[in-house]
Design a protein around this ligand. Sequence first.
Ligand SMILES: *Cc1c(COP(=O)(O)O)cnc(C)c1O
Length: 401
Amino acid sequence: MPDWQELAERYLMHTAHRTPVTIVRGQGCRVFDDRNREYVDMVGGWAVTSLGHSHPAVVEAITKQAGILMETSNQFYTVPQVELAKLLVENSCGDRVFFCNSGAEAVEGAIKLARKWGKLHRGGAFEIISAANSFHGRTLAAIAASGQPRYQEPFTPMPEGFVHVPYDNPAAIMEATTDRTCAVLLEPIQGEGGVIVPDSDFLQQVRRWCDQQNLLLMLDEVQTGVGRTGTLWAYEQAGIEPDVLAVAKGLGNGFPIGAIIAKESAAVFEPGDHGSTFGGNPLACAAALAVLSFILENDVLSNVRTCGEQLRKGLVEMTRTYFFVNDARGKGLLQALDFQLDLSDTIIQAAIEEGLLLNAPRPNIIRFMPALTITPRQVTFALDTLERIMVWLDNVSTSTD
Ligand SMILES: *Cc1c(COP(=O)(O)O)cnc(C)c1O
């Protein structure tokens, strides 16, 4: 058998810190490596495989659509694109949809939408206020919007028109607002930033400010959307509605698709303003249609809430038991454990040995974002495995004291 990991080092650009597992197959919340070892997958393709790997409904939709029509360009009308747009509008606060192929592209499009809206409705205002520690993707505008200098520094100069303020701080947004401001762009929970959950009234205060000042409120729900936090969209739990919503990750269950969903008043693109060759192609839309329909018709959200609660309880328990566990936080099936020390690599490696795949957005934070269809037994397995690792770490740390 070829050494895939060695070949990857030779042929791929070095952009990822890869965990040393070569995954060849997946089923539900489990994956299998090239030696046919089984793992429970708490990474879920980075919050993407919402119905689990190779979900039959999605496989069927893709297979069927592949035999019918895969791509036409947006010069023509196609059926799956319209059906998906209708379903998204009927199940969100938005009125119109633009389809693209990734989260970064959805954010990029939302930025363009905000700038056009600023020209039309706010005297040419173009600045977008976003949060420190935020993550909005890797295109040039998306890293400019992201409040993380480490993603920007190798690529300066940055596109202008982005202002960063501390997250979960409405007053900072108010202070940063000027005549140049056209929009506020926020994640309802900062995912990549370490699963940072804001105060329950944060978004309400920002919504009120945006209404008073005539600013667009744009939510990046690329990670929190499509049921991840226990409601179809995280904004529902905040009791507000954004003007613009960026969606991607979980929508296609692994088939690349992104979307901008906007209120009528914010949907200011006209023919020629924006576009995408692949965006909204019949194959991607058929996949997403299967995902969204399945979630809505099978009450997947209640599984997110019960399994999320089970996971959360177990993680909170660890903060009480182990001195080196600082914090457990999250909503639904987006949860994190925060450690006093940079233990992520050690934990990920130990978990592999035990048949569990974990993700670390930071050297001291482990993030959990499994399939929304995970079973209580799989959550128990993940918690039991983690518990064993915690006991081991506890022993190691006390024996070296
Ligand atoms: C992952 C992510 C993105 C970027 O999505 P890509 O599909 O990787 O381009 C943007 N925003 C948020 C909140 C994300 O979690």
